[in-house]
Each structure stands twice: as C-alpha cells, then as structure tokens.
Design a protein around this ligand. Structure first.
Ligand code: PLP
Length: 495
C-alpha cells in the first residue's frame, strides 16, 4: 500500500511515511485508498485476541511489514496493559458502553499507539534503509508526551525530546514527564499554549536547513505526534475490537451499526473511527465532543473553521486545542481527495485563521459526524451524575464525550444504534478534578486526591500512578518557542 500527501507532493511506502512522520510539502500522509475488511474477515476476527485484531488491521495498511513481526510486536505492546485486556468494553446501561483505553503504562489512550510506535518506526527505518539515528520531537498537550517517553525510553538508535506548554498540562501530567527514566530522553517546558508549542516544533520539521544540519550530525527527524500515520493505524484497531466485542457478547448482530462518541482534540482518535468506517466497519454516527474550546463543534455545525477565538485552559487539557492537525486528513477526503483544495485551506488557516467548506462538503461532514461541546460546569456535573447513577467514575475528557453522547441520544430518538463512549484517560490521571466532581471535596495534593478518590469510588488505582510519588524529578527546564532548535542541538550533542 502506498501513501500520498494531503497536499499532493509525495507518494511513499507505509514504512517511509512512518519513518518520515510528515510529508516534505507540509501535508500529512494518507493511504492511497482504504483497504477493505470483508464480512468474512470480520467474522474471522471475532475469535482473535486484541493483539491479533490489531495486527490484522495494521497489516492491511502496512503490507510490507511482516505479519508475524507485527503480531509479536502487538502482543508485546499490549501485554504491558493492566488487567489482561488492552481495550475492554464495559456495559453502562442498555445501548450504552464505555470503551476503556486507559489501561496502558501512562493511563491514557495514547498508549494504544505509542507502545507500538517504536516497533513500527524502527522496522520502518530498516525497511527504507535508513542508517541514521532517529530523533523524535514531540509537542504535547499532556498525555502524548508521557506515553511517547515511556514507549521510546532506551529504544536503540532512537532519541526522543518532548516539549509541553508550561502552563497547559495538569500537575500529574507534568510530574509524569519530569520523572521520566531512560538514557535517550529529554523533556522541556515551553512558554505559551499548546498551539504555539506545536507550531514551534512544526517549524523545525518543515525547515530544510534544520534537517540538513541534523543529518550532518547523524540524525533524521521523526514525529510521534498524532500526525504520524504510525500513531493513527493502531487506533483504528480498537474500533474494530469494540465492534467485535459487541457482536461476540450478543449485544448486536454482525452488520448492525454502532455509534461512537469521542473526546476530541487533535482529531486523531475520532479520525481513526472514520478510517475504520471507510474500511467497512458498520460505524453509524460519530459524535465529536469538544470541551470549552469548541472550534470543532462550530466547524461541524457550520462548515466554518475559525480559530480566531479565545483559548481556554480547562480541566480536560488534552483537548485544549484550536488547531486540530488531523482534521487535514478529513478535509482531504471531504474535498474528494483534491490536494490543491487542502493546500489552499491550510494556507488560508495559517494566514487568516479561518476557512470554509463548500456546501456539499458541509453536508457530507454532518452526515458522518455530530458535534457538541461541554463546558467546565457540565464536565463536573456529568462526572457526578454518572457516578451517582452507575457508580462509574469518569475522567474529565471522557466526561465531555459522555455529555455529548447523552445530548445526541436525547435529540435522536429514531437512531437506535448502541452508543460506545470512548474513555481516554483513567480518572486517577486527573484526581483532583474527578474527586471534586464526585464528592465536592477540593483536595490540593494529587496523591491525597488519588487516595480519597480510591476510597470514594473503590476503583483500582493504576500501579504506574501510585509509584510516581517516589520517583526523582529529572527535568525542570523552561524555554521559549523560538529557542527550541537550539535546545534540540544541545540534546543531540550530549552523550
Ligand atoms: C489526546 C487526548 C484526547 C484527544 O485525542 P485526539 O486524538 O487529539 O483528538 C482526549 N483525551 C485524552 C485523555 C487525551 O490524552
């Protein structure tokens, strides 16, 4: 399978797309066509383990990777998840399910892809014949950074540097990154918000001068951000797996549609659901949930993407985003795969901060997606209400999706398809906010909040979070966006 750039400039193999991260013309790599999963193949996947399902989906796109190698890598990656099942589906009520994607090493759904990406990347580089070391730069709004650091720590031939907005991540997220182990890792706080942090990293990626200089020092750049197809591909698998679990547990018949509600920031997770649908999975409506930063909600409702608005810091920081990078891949599909149109819009977004869909594109997007945004008070209320009713504690991001899902269900009585809400983080990753929502107690200390939340909810505390308290802090530096490249050079020089 070949991959092309959303801006028209390139056609490469899957291995190359993953090794490179982003296309040279600034576009994102997308599969040349969507590989179909037949009804027979879906049937055959029913009896598979999560790792086998994931390998089967991945191999559809990455056919130059050896299937057995992929399967072994998936088995190794998902064996690190607590509880035996990497993506359990929990029934909440009739027709309402939670897809829990937070049982990995860092307690957020990013682990689903980032435990596997080192394998995909290293093997990709080998297949392409790249001899240089790989330097991974990650801009993170919180959860990606830690998951990437965990995934790549001490991976041979790879160095990783993570940048996060100094005031834009939770205390727990900051502590998780600051205490990161590994000899090949570095973490840096950047003044400004996530979009500024991401733009600064993107400038390095799109600078030929930077790339040349790094190559001279024996490094090629790659990305672990969700723009890398190697991040997207493993995420497609859990939509298949959730669907298959509904069938194998007798909740639905094979072929019946299922809706998904996804808490959305960079549009990576929900895009994976759309890709699954394009491959033939019977996905109904996709509910795109935003927090107070509702740029995507407005986009889906009006067809106008307008980032010229206030940026809010919320209790769901991984969704505090005004520029959703992966939306470019959807735009490419909506435009009928017209790279010129994508390019024009991305240029317009960069220059004016706004672009607009054509009528038929807006209609198409509204048929696929439904959108809603969830404010801070609604987040707290949703967590409280669902805990009261079902004794099920949710994290702040997941609560946004549950809020949107509830509104979708209330407003679409004729749509009888079951709703799967995608749960993207453990409630223990945002313990103060969840504790406050559940009990009304405002506890300042994260670890105390974890303890009290455990008493209040009886939900098991993930091992990786309870161990965090005793780990030494390794990274405390703060820098400015325009100095990042200098920091990168400093890191690669360090032995
Ligand atoms: C990253 C993240 C999101 C947003 O996912 P996208 O793929 O960026 O849309 C939602 N919730 C949590 C907990 C996250 O870490």
């Amino acid at each position: 399978m070949k991959f092309i750039s959303t801006r028209g400039g390139e056609c490469v193999t899957g291995a190359q797309a993953i090794a490179q991260g982003i296309a040279a013309d600034g576009g994102l790599f997308v599969p040349e066509s969507f590989p179909a999963v037949s009804a027979e193949e879906l049937e055959a996947m029913l009896s598979m383990s999560y790792a086998e399902r994931a390998a089967a989906v991945l191999h559809k796109f990455l056919d130059e990777y050896d299937y057995e190698g992929l399967k072994a890598a998936c088995e190794k990656a998902y064996a690190q998840f607590e509880g035996g099942d990497a993506a359990p589906l929990v029934k909440i009520d009739a027709g309402l399910y939670m897809l829990e994607l937070f049982h990995g090493p860092t307690c957020a759904f990013k682990d689903m892809a980032l435990t596997l990406l080192p394998y995909l990347l290293r093997t990709g580089c080998d297949l392409v014949g790249i001899k240089e070391q790989v330097l991974i730069l990650v801009a993170t709004s919180g959860d990606t950074g830690k998951a990437a650091l965990e995934g790549f720590k001490d991976a041979p031939g790879i160095k990783i540097m993570v940048f996060y907005p100094n005031d834009g991540v939770s205390k727990m997220q900051k502590l998780q990154m600051a205490t990161q182990e590994g000899s090949n890792v570095s973490v840096l706080a950047v003044r400004g918000n996530f979009d500024e942090c991401q733009s600064a990293v993107k400038r390095i990626f799109t600078s030929d001068a930077c790339k040349e200089e790094l190559k001279g020092r024996g490094y090629i750049l790659s990305s672990a951000n969700s723009i890398n197809f190697g991040r997207l591909a493993p995420q497609i698998a859990y939509y298949f797996s959730a669907y298959l679990d509904l069938v194998s547990s007798g909740q639905i018949d094979m072929g019946a549609p299922v809706n998904f509600a996804v808490p959305t920031g960079n549009f990576g997770n929900i895009l994976a659901a759309y890709y699954a649908k394009r491959m033939g999975l019977p996905v109904g409506r996709l509910v795109c949930a935003s927090n107070k930063n509702n740029v995507l909600t407005d986009f889906i409702k009006t067809g106008v993407y307008d980032k010229r608005r206030e940026f809010y810091k919320t209790m769901s920081p991984s969704m505090d985003i005004l520029i959703s990078s992966n939306l470019e891949r959807l735009l490419f599909e909506l435009s009928g795969r017209e790279p010129q149109r994508v390019k024009m819009r991305m240029e317009k977004l960069a220059a004016e901060g706004v672009y607009e869909l054509y009528d038929e594109e807006r209609e198409a997007v509204q048929e696929l997606f439904w959108a809603d945004s969830c404010g801070e008070d609604e987040t707290v209320e949703t967590i409280y209400e669902f805990f009261e009713e079902y004794q099920y504690p949710m994290d702040t991001h997941t609560a946004c999706a549950m809020y949107a899902a509830s509104n979708y269900i209330a407003q679409h009585e004729k749509d009888a398809a079951p709703m799967v809400v995608v749960s993207t983080a453990s409630p223990y990753k945002f313990p103060q906010d969840v504790m406050y929502a559940v009990t009304g107690n405002d506890i300042k200390d994260s670890f105390k909040a974890i303890k009290h939340l455990n008493i209040a909810t009886a939900m098991k505390v993930p091992k990786s979070l309870s161990k965090l308290r005793d780990k030494p802090v390794r990274f405390t530096a703060v820098s400015d966006g325009d100095k990042l490249y200098g920091e990168v050079l400093g890191f690669v020089e360090k032995k």
